[in-house]
Design a protein around this ligand. Sequence first.
Ligand code: ZN
Ligand code: ZN
Length: 627
Amino acid sequence: MTLEEIKKKLPKSLEITKTCYEGSEIVFYTKNRSFFVEGAPEIKELVTEFRKRVNIRPDPSIVVEPEEAKKLILELVPEEANIKDVLFEPEFGKVIILAQKPGLVIGKVGETLREIKRKTYWSPEIQRVPLFVSNIVNRAREIVHEEAKYRKSFLNKIGEKIQLKKGSKEGWVRISLLGGFREVGRSCILLQTKESKVLLDCGLYSESPIETHPYVDAPEFDIDALDAIIISHAHLDHSGFAPYLYEYGFKGPMYCTPPTRDLTTMLTLDFIDVVQREGKKSPYTSSGVKSAIKHSVTLDFNEVCDITPDMRLTFQNAGHILGSALSHIHIGEGLHNLLYTSDLKFGPSKLLEPAFTNFSRIETLMIESTYGGAHDIIPPKRDADANLIDMINKTIKTGGKVVIPAFSVGRAQEAMMVLAEAHQQGLLNVPVYLDGMIWNATAIHTTYPEYLSRYLQRQIFHMNNNPFNSEIFHRVSGMTERKNVIDEKEPSVILTTSGMITGGPIMEYLRHLAGDKKNTLIFIGYQAEGTLGSRIQKGWRDVPFPGGNGSQKLLKIEANIATVEGFSGHSDRNQLINYISKIRARPERIIIGHGEPSKSMNLASTLHKLQRVETIVPRNLDAIRLR
Ligand SMILES: [Zn+2]
Ligand SMILES: [Zn+2]
C-alpha cells in the first residue's frame, strides 16, 4: 500500500495536509488541532496493521509563533526543571526543550507535555542536559539541529527506500568478515541479502601499528551499494573507521543509540587529535565525523526499526559501556534472525545492567571472545572493588599517590562509582583527580541516566545522590593544573587516560611520579601486547619513554605496580558460556570473533560440546552463508 492510499483511507475530518516517511516512521502533518493533541483511533489501527511507528505533527499553519511558544513553555514547566534552552525545528514541527530535569517537563503521566502541545501546537521533544558542561554532547546535538533541513530530506529518502514492502520468506543471507576475527580490533562485518547491504560496526585498531583499518578493499564491499551502518558501541575498535566512509561520500544512515552517537563523536575527534599530535596522518578529518553525526539515526533499546526493505533492527543492552548494544536483526518475514552481540558483559557492575537475554528467535549468534580463553576467569566484582580500595588506602597511608590509567569510557566511570561509594561509606578520604577525556565522557554519562544500572538510577532519581557529582571528584584541565596535582604534598588518586599508557596525560604523571617508591600504579583494564602499559604491568623496570621532541629516554620505575582483576567490561569465559545458556532462544550456529585466535578457538570447542551446535571461528575475509 502506498502513502497516498493510506491517506485516502483516513477520514477527511483529520485534515491531513501531508504524509511522508521519515526513516522507518510514517508521519502525518495535520491542521486539525484536536487530532494533533489527542490522536485518533484510525491511527492506532494503522500502527497495528503495518507494524510501523506513526507520528502526528502540526501543519506549519497551526503552530504558535516560536517566541510566544517559548514563553508559554517556560510558564507551564516548573522552574526546578531548569530549562537551559528551547529550540525550534519548523521542518519537523518540533520544539526541543533542553532541561536538567526532563521528568518535570513531562509532568505526571505526561500531563505537562500534553499541555505544551495543547497550548503551542508544537511537537515537544525533551533532551537532558549533562550535569556539567560538555561541549561534546552539545556538539553532536548542535549538528543534528543545524542540519534539520538536510535531515528532513535524508530521512524522507531512507523512508522511501524502505517503503511498506513486506520482506520475502525466501532468499539468502550471507556475511563477509572484514575485520575483528581472530583478533581484537577493527570489527567490521558486511551483512548481505538479495535486497540489502549493511555494515555491522566499522572499527579500527587504535593502539597498534599494524593494519589499522578493516578490509574495505574486499571486492564485495562497495560503498555506493551500502544501505546502512550499525554501530554497536563507541569504542574505536567498533566505531573508529565509520567517519572515513562518510568522508569519502557515504550518505546512508548510521544507526546507534543516543549515547553511542555522543561518545563516538568524542572518541573519533580525540583520535584525530592524537594521531596528528604524533605527526601522523589521520585517515579522516573532523568533517568525516560531522558527516557521520549528520547521518546518524538514534534508536533506544527495544525500539524496533526497519532499516532496509528486508531487515528489521532492534538494539538491546549489552552491558559493556554506556549505550553499548546487542543488535538483533530480523531478516525477511521470518527468513533469518541474527544476533550480533559485539562486546558484552554478563556480570555485575555498578554502572550497567548485565546484557539482555530475552530474545525469542535467533538462528545465528555472533559473539565476542576477548576473555574466552581456558584460563580467563575473572574474580568476583565485589572482591575487585574491595581490592582496589585496599590498595589505594595502603598507598595513602605511606603518603603516596595512586595513578590509575583507564579508558575514558567505561572503566573510568566504573572505578569512579566504586570510589564514590567508598567515600560515602567513609572508606576513602582523598581527592580523586580526573584527567584527559574522562571528564567529558562522564558528562555524557550524566546525560543518559536511563542507560545506567537500576542501582544508579535509584541513587540519581529517588535518593538525590548522584555519585557522578560526588565531592571527591576534581577535574584537571591543562598543564598548570596537572603540575599542581603532581606537586601537591598530600596523597591523592589520579584517574587518567590513556588506558594502555600509549599517550595522553598519563605520560606526564608517570614521568614525575613513577620514580617514587611511595606511589602506586594500578591497572584495572586490558593491556594489549606491545603497549607500554603491558610492559610495565609485566614488571619492566626501565622502560623506553618518550622524552619530548620525538626522542626516547629510559624511565626508571620505582613505584609499586599492581593489577586489580575483575573490572573488565567484557564477560569472562564463564560469563560468556553462561550468557549463551541464558538466552531464551537457542541458536543453530555460533560464530566467534573479537579475540586472540587461541581464545576464540578454545571457546568454540567448549560451546560446541556444551550446546551441541555448530561453532565457527572464521578468519577475516571469509564469507559465510547463513541461509
Ligand atoms: Zn568495546
Ligand atoms: Zn571491542
